[in-house]
Design a protein around this ligand. Structure first.
Ligand code: 13P
Ligand code: SF4
Length: 301
């Protein structure tokens, strides 16, 4: 079946089943093109809770689909490829977090949304890449355990008076973007601006003009008067930025900044997901309720 036929079938099934498709900014173009909503990790989960549809095909990685299920427990959340996980989210388990907390009884625990539901259930509050500093500063404690991303933790530490104790996790996609990549791209596009995600290494962040979450990058791309932007995050986002801003040029900071898990989903798998109602994302009630508390605290801030 060619792509056009698959797309038509997806559109028809979406209507018949009253389903919506949500896609993360890093998804491949053909998936973004059939999505009803495209966004960052938290924005998509909040959309999942708000939309009328009972069935949501979540095109992203597992922790994102799980967060959607936590915020929308009555809806059917499907992920088109159940192996689409986030290696960084898997760098800390709930039992490791429980053990870690025991060593710091006075500290509060902040978990990045890039964590499993079990880990979220063990923390005081969640954060995203766009509100991490705000979340940390809102807490009534001088010492904060921050998991799992040590690079985001280091970024937060530079913007707060609190002591940040990081877990030793990282995102391999952002870690491979190096300072020399930024310097090279600046030489190639001297009038351009450099925007990077806070999961990047400190030396990369130091060379950037702006540090932004994926959601903020998309917003900023619409607003900026700059015509050339060097983008320091997973390159899938450039498809959306270019589509929405055809007169501007977006260059990946590193040519191969691919999250292989994000790329596991394609048009055929989206169709299979809708046809066969696979793969259902479930979160045990007790875990879901606790994790939801940590997410909702963040949303209030
Ligand atoms: P955002 O929350 O900015 O979409 O980032 C998610 C992610 O996985 C970054 O690598
Ligand atoms: Fe996880 Fe990094 Fe992929 Fe984001 S880009 S989903 S943090 S591995």
């Amino acid at each position: 079946m060619n792509k056009e036929k698959i797309r038509d079938k997806i559109m028809k099934l979406k209507k018949e089943k009253n389903a919506v498709i949500l896609a993360h900014n890093y998804q491949i173009g053909e998936v973004q093109d059939v999505a009803d909503y495209i966004g960052d990790s938290l924005g998509l989960s909040q959309t999942a809770a708000k939309v009328d549809a009972k069935i949501i095909v979540f095109c992203g990685v597992h922790f994102m689909a799980e967060t959607a299920k936590i915020l929308a427990p009555d809806k059917t959340i499907l992920i088109p490829d159940e192996r689409a996980g986030c290696p960084m989210a898997d760098m800390i388990t709930a039992s490791e977090l429980r053990q870690w907390k025991k060593n710091y009884p006075e500290s509060k625990v902040v978990c990045y949304v890039n964590t499993t539901a079990e880990v979220k259930a063990e923390c005081d509050i969640c954060c995203t890449s766009s509100n991490a500093v705000k979340v940390v500063n809102s807490l009534n404690a001088d010492e904060i355990l921050f998991a799992p991303d040590k690079n985001l933790a280091a970024y937060v530490a530079r913007h707060t008076k609190k002591k940040i104790i990081p877990w030793d996790g990282y995102c391999y996609v952002h870690r491979y973007i190096k300072a020399r990549d930024i310097r090279e791209k600046r030489n190639l596009h001297p009038g351009g601006e450099v925007w990077v995600h806070p999961e990047c290494l400190r030396e990369v962040i130091d060379l950037a003009d702006k540090v932004l979450s994926t959601g903020k990058m998309v917003q900023e791309a619409r607003k900026t008067t700059k015509k050339e932007i060097i983008v320091g995050t997973e390159s899938g986002i450039i498809y959306r930025m270019k589509k929405e801003n055809p007169a501007k040029n977006f260059y990946p900071a590193r040519d191969v900044a691919f999250c292989f898990n994000m790329k596991k989903i394609d048009l055929r798998k989206v169709l299979r997901s809708l046809e066969n109602m696979v793969y259902k994302v479930e979160v045990p009630l007790e875990v879901s309720q606790k994790a939801r508390g940590a997410i909702e605290k963040m949303v209030k801030i």
